[in-house]
Design a binder for this molecule. Structure first.
Ligand code: SF4
Length: 258
């Protein structure tokens, strides 16, 4: 029975306004196949228990927590967001949660790196209202250096989602100084996003810039890990504006927010 399926949870955050429309309950799952140099939640990367992070819960238990906030979803247009780590690593558990939410009319979203078999994401599509997919670097070699994996699967999955997903597809681009903020890199990302669009029909709901921040640094210390971007400061307003200009010049038809 799908309600009894267990997931490995990092934490459940209620009342979030940063992970989708309205007020949301965000279920952070453990496990991510990427190792982004700028990752702000390194405690989510390991799929197992580590340093006290992680607990097993059944889909029914997690759904009970989600349902407690129902009144807030109703008034704010919010709902459930499954985040990570990487939700596709626990696709069956994610499916059980969003199916249950859809049954009772709760809005559903996932935040994904889009790295995984398309079959994993495909089975979620009928029950999802919103997908946030990350676009980190267009150059494959740089992507491997900065995240540990190739971007080929990610780009192919986003392209396929743009054609097949009937909900809202939103692309998020982390802006990390000295990693992906050169005009040429921003323009390559914009070109890719523009290539997903079709005349008279916008396949992307919007693209969102997420300027890098240093909130996860203390967690690296707790985990006994070195934070590799220690010397890099978050981008200033000017740098973000410059990236916005480069993006807008290349993809003028795409709604950009940050
Ligand atoms: S995809 Fe997200 S959770 Fe995974 S390593 Fe990168 S930033 Fe961290």
């Amino acid at each position: 029975m799908t309600d009894e399926i267990s997931g490995r949870i990092l934490r459940i955050a209620k009342g979030s306004i940063h992970d989708g429309d309205g007020l949301r309950t965000v279920v952070f799952l453990k496990g991510c196949p990427l190792r982004c140099a700028w990752c702000a939640s390194p405690e989510s990367q390991d799929a197992g228990y580590s340093h006290g992070y992680g607990q097993n819960m059944t889909a029914a238990e997690v759904f009970r927590e989600i349902a407690k906030e129902e009144i807030f979803y109703f008034h704010s247009g919010g709902g459930l967001t499954i985040s990570g780590g990487e939700p596709l690593m626990q696709a069956d558990f994610s499916l059980a949660l969003i199916r249950q939410c859809k049954k009772v009319g709760i809005n559903t979203a996932i935040e994904t790196s889009a790295y995984g078999d398309y079959s994993a994401i495909e089975k979620l599509l009928p029950y999802l209202d919103v997908i946030y997919a990350d676009l980190k670097l267009m150059d494959e070699q740089q992507h491997i250096e900065q995240t540990g994996v190739s971007n080929k699967t990610i780009l192919a999955n986003i392209r396929r989602l743009a054609g097949e997903f009937r909900g809202k597809l939103r692309v998020r681009i982390p802006l990390v100084p000295s990693i992906n903020m050169e005009d040429e890199q921003v323009m390559a990302a914009a070109e890719f996003c523009q290539s997903l669009e079709r005349p008279g029909f916008s396949r992307l709901d919007f693209v969102e810039f997420l300027p890098y921040h240093k909130l996860g640094v203390d967690t690296y210390r707790k985990l006994g890990r070195e934070f590799l971007l220690g010397g890099i400061m978050p981008p200033g307003k000017e740098a973000v504006e410059k990236a916005k200009r480069a993006f807008k010049e290349t993809a003028p038809g795409i709604k950009l927010i940050h």
